[in-house]
Design a binder for this molecule. Structure first.
Ligand code: AMP
Ligand code: MG
Length: 398
């Protein structure tokens, strides 16, 4: 591995070459909440669908607009269109949302009407069009409620429903399978024997996938054993479009992941990227399946997800690449010239600060971070006031 590390940008380009946008699929609105829509939402009706009353009150005919005294006629309620004729001099008792007959000139709010002996008295004649919501005034049937590329917020879900849409198009589906390797790992919630650690990469990766709306990832934990790892990878590759194995990708005596991928029929596309954390990251393919081997250290795994797996997933879902912005370091960010480094930072819209805990076995920095800074390989410390490139950590953006 160490002789020929790939530059990160080259590794990313190779990964993206392997990501083909999948045809969109349609999900019910509530299942698609938070997802980015990949086709526009079009209105399936005029909005409003018909002229209707904006208030509870009295509807008067166009021909009677100059009158101030009316016989009170029949009631029109929401959902009950008018049947029969509307005689001159009659004001219809209408309620909000009731469909108005075409000859309606205005609706007068009930607060502005006094009813005496079956006659409705207005203090002044009604103004043409008052309190009428016009058919199509917001949207015409077939026009856009929202363009592709926006996220389905609760407001947009409501607008989609109001325009007759039960479903929206999102990218995918893309089934992720995660093979967690390590004989030291213990499931959280159980007793922790001496020398063992709680397993966290399976949770972190499955959570990252779930936050992007990928659906439930399959997760399997195996001990450091070549055959067990190969068998788990084989099983995942049967059911998943994308497989990630964590741990065992380095060059230790018990690092079986590469041979396990080979045994499972995968071809290695690259192994070793000139980046920190995550140097031993590997990328494999088998037919239209791809797989990543991510180092077991928790920060390495999660950064690997952010900078290599997530771009693959976004492209496969038909979403644009993450945007890198410029931000000013508010205090020094230590960096030894060697490898490109991704550093969790907190960004306040202009400046960034890194976190003291930066070891690849530590997750605290990433927990507090809202962006990753990219410190170029050849660069030394980033002094306060110098500019770095950052990408926001948009965990829920998929
Ligand atoms: P490895 O990449 O398997 O050599 O693991 C590197 C470091 O990450 C070791 O300290 C492991 O104990 C730790 N590690 C590996 N896998 C996990 C995991 N799933 N959850 C938490 N820590 C892990
Ligand atoms: Mg291991």
């Amino acid at each position: 591995m160490s002789q020929d590390l790939l530059d990160y940008d080259d590794a990313l380009a190779i990964v993206l070459q392997h990501a083909q946008p999948r045809s969109p699929h349609r999900l019910p609105l509530l299942e698609a909440l938070g997802r980015t829509i990949v086709e526009p939402i079009l209105s399936l009706c005029d909005l409003p669908a018909f002229d209707n009353s904006a208030v509870d009150g009295y509807a008067v005919r166009i021909q009677d607009l100059d009158h101030t005294s009316f016989i009170v006629g029949r009631e029109l309620r929401a959902g009950q269109p008018m049947a029969g004729s509307w005689l001159p001099g009659v004001a219809l008792r209408v309620f909000t949302g009731a469909a108005l007959p075409p000859e309606t000139g205005a609706v007068v709010m009930q607060e502005d009407v006094s009813v005496v002996d079956g006659r409705a008295q207005l203090s002044e004649p009604a103004a043409l069009g008052a309190n009428i919501r016009r058919r199509g005034e917001e949207l015409r049937c077939g026009t856009e409620v929202a363009p592709a590329g926006v996220r389905l917020s609760p407001a947009l879900a409501a607008a989609a429903a109001a325009s007759g849409n039960a479903e929206v198009a999102v990218g995918g589906p893309l089934q992720l399978g995660i093979v967690v390797t390590g004989s030291e790992l213990v499931t959280p919630g159980s007793f922790l024997p001496p020398g063992r650690i709680y397993e966290s990469n399976g949770t972190g990766l499955a959570a990252a996938a779930g936050a992007m709306g990928l659906g439930e990832a399959l997760v399997r934990c195996v001990p450091e054993d070549l055959e067990a790892t190969a068998e788990a990878i084989r099983a995942m590759a049967e059911r998943c479009d994308l497989v990630i194995a964590t741990g065992g990708v380095s060059v230790g005596d018990h690092d079986h992941t590469h041979r396990a991928f080979e045994a499972a029929g995968f071809e290695r596309v690259f192994w070793g990227v000139r980046m920190k954390p995550g140097k031993p990251i590997a990328f494999y393919r088998r037919g239209d399946r791809v797989a990543f081997g991510l180092p077991g250290n928790p920060l390495s795994t999660m950064v690997g997800w952010c900078v290599l797996v997530r771009p693959f997933v976004r492209k496969a879902l038909g979403l644009p690449e993450d945007v890198w912005l410029e931000a000013t370091a508010q205090e020094v960010i230590r960096h030894r010239p060697d490898r490109l480094e991704f550093v969790p930072v907190s960004w306040d819209g202009a400046g960034v600060r890194s976190f003291a805990a930066r070891g690849s076995h530590m997750l605290g920095g990433l927990v507090g971070a809202n962006a990753l800074a990219r410190i170029e390989a050849e660069r030394g410390d980033v002094a306060a006031g110098e500019v770095v490139r950052i990408a926001r950590l948009e965990w829920f953006d998929g």
